[in-house]
Design a protein around this ligand. Structure first.
Ligand code: MF3
Ligand code: CO
Length: 249
């Protein structure tokens, strides 16, 4: 069941979404060689408390941390740990909060110091593909217009779209209907309506799209060990087009 949000509810969703954007902004400034993802986790928890918000992922289906930190061949759901980041890594950070009954959810992939051209190009293509998808989040369009736009952008550049994980509706639940795949046929899927709020989140691999989940039951890695990037925004479909609620103004 898709829950439509009133303009008033979308106003309320701006708050958790802005908190997420601000904290991701702080994390971006903190990521450098030598820093550990557990230190990033502590920073995120401290800042979330300052905003009187609640981390969205910690405790969700038993996930133990506020952040998902997924370096290099980690696709999503990597757990913060005590291993220092090193120059040349890329790090995907996924973060969400709950505030005043509503969730916000966003992800970015960051360079650690100087990175290879290969890694930079993957990050750029992945972020661009998110914006291609967001452009299609318009009333009167179809859900898979979003999916198709993401997929086409990524595959035209020789990368592959992860299929085992998808974006989602978001609101009073972290994960609501509909599922938002990052691959599909334009013109198909449900009709998009004002009041839908979607977390669009392409995960893109340099090699094949196949992923596997490690023994910890969470960490998804590329099956072929290739690099992977992830960007996500919470986006409202409105009468005036897509509104990116997790954009840092
Ligand atoms: N942004 C991811 C998602 O929407 C993060 C979820 S992590 C979890 O699935 F721990 F909450 F599952
Ligand atoms: Co999400």
């Amino acid at each position: 069941m898709i829950v439509l949000k009133s303009p008033r509810e979308i106003e309320r969703m701006r708050v958790p979404c802005r908190i997420v954007a601000e904290i991701l902004g702080l994390l971006r400034e903190s990521v450098k060689p030598g820093v550990t993802t557990l230190e990033l986790e502590e920073l995120a928890i401290r800042e979330t408390k300052k905003h009187k918000a609640v981390p969205a992922f910690k405790g969700y289906a038993g996930y133990p941390y506020a952040l998902c930190c997924s370096p290099n061949d980690r696709v999503i759901h990597g757990m913060p740990n005590a291993t220092p980041l090193k120059e040349g890594d890329i790090l995907s950070i996924d973060f969400g909060v709950l505030y005043d009954e509503f969730y916000g959810d966003s992800a970015i992939t960051l360079p650690v110091g100087a990175i290879s051209d290969t890694a930079r190009a993957l990050m750029t293509a992945t972020e661009e593909s998110l914006y291609c998808g967001i452009e299609q989040a318009v009333a009167g369009g179809r859900l898979y217009d979003i999916s198709s736009a993401v997929q086409r952008h990524v595959e035209a550049r020789g990368y592959s779209i992860v299929r085992d994980f998808v974006g989602h509706g978001i609101g009073k639940q972290l994960h609501e209907d509909p599922q938002v795949p990052n691959y599909g046929v334009a013109g198909r899927g449900i009709s998009l309506k004002p009041g839908m709020v979607l977390a669009i989140e392409p995960m893109v691999n340099c090699g094949t799209y196949a992923v596997k989940v490690l023994q910890d039951g969470w960490t998804a890695v590329t099956a072929d060990g290739s690099l992977s990037a992830h960007f996500e925004h919470t986006v409202a479909v409105t009468e005036h087009g897509p509104e990116i609620l997790t954009r840092l103004a």
